[in-house]
Ligand binder design. Sequence first.
Ligand SMILES: Nc1ncnc2c1ncn2[C@@H]1O[C@H](COP(=O)(O)OP(=O)(O)O)[C@@H](O)[C@H]1O
Ligand SMILES: [Mg+2]
Length: 512
Amino acid sequence: MKPHIDKETDLTARKNRELTAILEVSRVLTTSFDVDKNLSSAMSTLGSLLEMQRGCVFLLDPLSGELRIVAAHGLTKENIEKGKYRIGEGIVGRVLEKKIPMVISNIGKEPLFLNKTGSRPEKDGISFLCVPIEFKNEVLGVLSVDRIYSKELGGVDDDLRVLKIVASLIAQFIKLWGSYEKIEKEKEGLKRELKGKYKIENIIGQSDKMQEVFEAVHRVAPSKTTVLLRGESGTGKELIAKAIHYMSPRNKGPFIKFNCASIPEGLLESELFGHEKGAFTGAISSRKGRFELADGGTIFLDEIGDLPAALQPKILRVLQEKEFERVGSEKTIKVDVRVIAATSRNLEKLVSQDKFREDLYYRLNVIPILLPSLKERGEDIPILIEYFLKKFNKENNRAVVLDNNALQVLLNYDWPGNVRELENTIERLVVMSRSDKITASDLPISLGIKRIKSQVESTSLTSDIEDIEKTNILNALKKTGWVQAKAARILGITPRQIGYKIKKYGINAGHS
Ligand SMILES: Nc1ncnc2c1ncn2[C@@H]1O[C@H](COP(=O)(O)OP(=O)(O)O)[C@@H](O)[C@H]1O
Ligand SMILES: [Mg+2]
């Protein structure tokens, strides 16, 4: 009698454990939004409650047609990476193909068992159970466990029953997750669409700050008001000036650019307002100035903060009266010109230092638009990178991509030169890269240094940076057979700079 009761108790105990395990699996599957994590917890639950070793969830990647381990219990990372099967390959592949469970009672004796993960040095005595993960006739993947059978553990049939239930829980969970993800993606897309409500061709900016700029551009473009664009160098002031012109009713008229900082003071007036023949030595014929050339269109006065004091009242007059005289002439010329000015300088400070006329300042500052630095709109950096990669790949007939590490370095960098620096960096990478995949080590040295600078605030910062810089220079020199100009190019610095640094660090060919 006694053995019979024992058996009964064993059976009840086992059923209880099975039930607990199944309940626990269904609970852990929905504890977080992290699929891999939930599946791993489910596998360890099977391991601990039912003594199943090495539980694995393989999911089918519909694109590659490959089965990939997404969660595992009792496998190392290395094992996991090796565990890839094609449909029909090995036991796992067959279960997927045939959609039926399979049991190998002793994997040591089964040639079909491939042991791809390499996780079972001793194959003998281990049984392998494998069931398909199915949802409404669609196979999503395979669930497998290892088992060492002893008398106490119950039979294969019991295990298969439990595994089938767990597999169906997993299937439901994965489907649920899939539709959740889909909805989230759609929501993201809608949000982005709403966010990118203001669009200007060829100008990238989804950040709130750029959206404000775009909105202002849309608002001011139709009118003739003077606009003052402010922002650091390389933030897109000129680009925005052009956009305002081309979105305005005067877009058929000329867009004339004039950089107030680039021309010697003595020539500024005649450049802007023109001159008559013989007005000064060298004035062999009369010539129109930029304001006259811009008649009916827009004049873009770049670096207005650098306008010399002598010219300031003349510009003020054009802004107010729309009239001026050519150098060497008494005749007043009237023009229909819209003025857009730009500066990266602190005009208020210049005014307080009496370097910039206050009345001109107010006349220009009717509608100020502030272009944010790239650092202030980091969320736009990935989109800009993508945009420039596409642009320069097309121009150069290439298909260069950045790997994740390289992208991370670019995202962490401060970009003091703003979009211009980013654009130049990507162009150089596309043009110079020998391979189509750019890794972090292909990036100019200066990008990495800035990144470290912003991440580590230690007192030994300078020496850290110097160490890195020295190593990078040394490597580049070795790579190029000590041709400094070539090494400089790899590092993205000038030959002069590398010469200076080589001296500074005392680098010579004797360095190993
Ligand atoms: N938002 C942007 N989207 C795409 N390209 C940009 C953007 N802002 C700037 N650029 C590019 O960066 C470079 C520098 O812009 P620019 O307008 O000359 O800057 P700034 O006049 O402020 O110095 C140009 O090649 C420009 O086309
Ligand atoms: Mg500029």
